[in-house]
Design a protein around this ligand. Structure first.
Ligand code: ADE
Length: 224
């Protein structure tokens, strides 16, 4: 899967995606992260990419033309148009289901805004979807793009090894995950639940299911 990221801070993105499972997915060729620096398309030699808002008011607005030119540079002569996702607090709030929809795409373009956001005409002209990572305001879209790429990449076939399978995990069946334990069998007087040491797979599955249900009821009853 290819993520094209239109950003003023490519180093922030490249640094974040180079680690852990996402970094491994990139090195193994399952994921490509292609950052395009919007400032390379600045309107003048001073590197200007933002300007004061028409109508007055605080803050600056990202100008339409550098963003559009960055978009055109990614599109090249692609035959199909990938979705263009603008990370913004005004978007649909990201969920596991939305991550699954995005993971089904071969390629997406992520647009990271800054300051007061981007000129509205960019949203009208190129954006196909607006996504928020939660009801709070970030200083820019980059952390949101990183969250989205992380959550989507692990759904791309081949990115997670067998060892990190996501069959049972939180949200994949609408429930939170059951608790996990590893050695030793006792830690500061706290014992691993007996059933997990029993080798009885039927009983273990039933216990995990019950734990998942209990946890969801206690911590996130809204999911039920
Ligand atoms: N940009 C600023 N705040 C954001 C949020 N909550 N989600 C996505 N992008 C953002």
């Amino acid at each position: 899967m290819i993520f094209n990221v239109l950003t003023l801070f490519p180093e922030m993105i490249n640094q974040a995606v180079s680690h852990s499972i996402l970094g491994r997915g990139i090195r193994s060729g399952h994921i490509t992260v292609n950052c395009v620096n919007i400032r390379d398309f600045a309107v003048n030699k001073h590197g200007q990419v933002d300007d004061a808002p028409y109508g007055g008011g605080a803050g600056m607005v990202m100008m339409a033309s550098p963003v559009f030119d960055a978009y055109v540079s990614v599109m090249g002569n692609k035959e199909t148009k990938p979705p263009v996702i603008y990370l913004s607090p005004q978007g649909r709030v990201l969920t596991q289901k939305i991550c699954e929809e995005i993971a089904a795409q071969p390629e997406v373009i992520l647009l990271c805004g800054h300051y007061e956001g981007v000129d509205e005409r960019i949203i009208e002209e190129i954006v196909t979807d607006e996504i928020s990572i939660g009801d709070y305001v970030l200083t820019g879209g980059e952390p949101a793009a990183i969250v989205l790429m992380d959550a989507v990449s692990r759904l791309v076939p081949g990115v997670l090894g067998k060892a990190d399978s996501h069959q049972d995990e939180s949200f994949s069946d609408g429930l939170l995950e059951y608790p996990h334990y590893t050695r030793p069998p006792e830690f500061r007087g706290r014992k691993v639940p007996e059933v997990l040491l029993s080798g009885h797979h039927g009983q273990i599955d039933a216990w995990r299911r019950e734990q998942a249900l209990d946890r969801t009821k206690a911590k996130r009853p809204d999911l039920l």
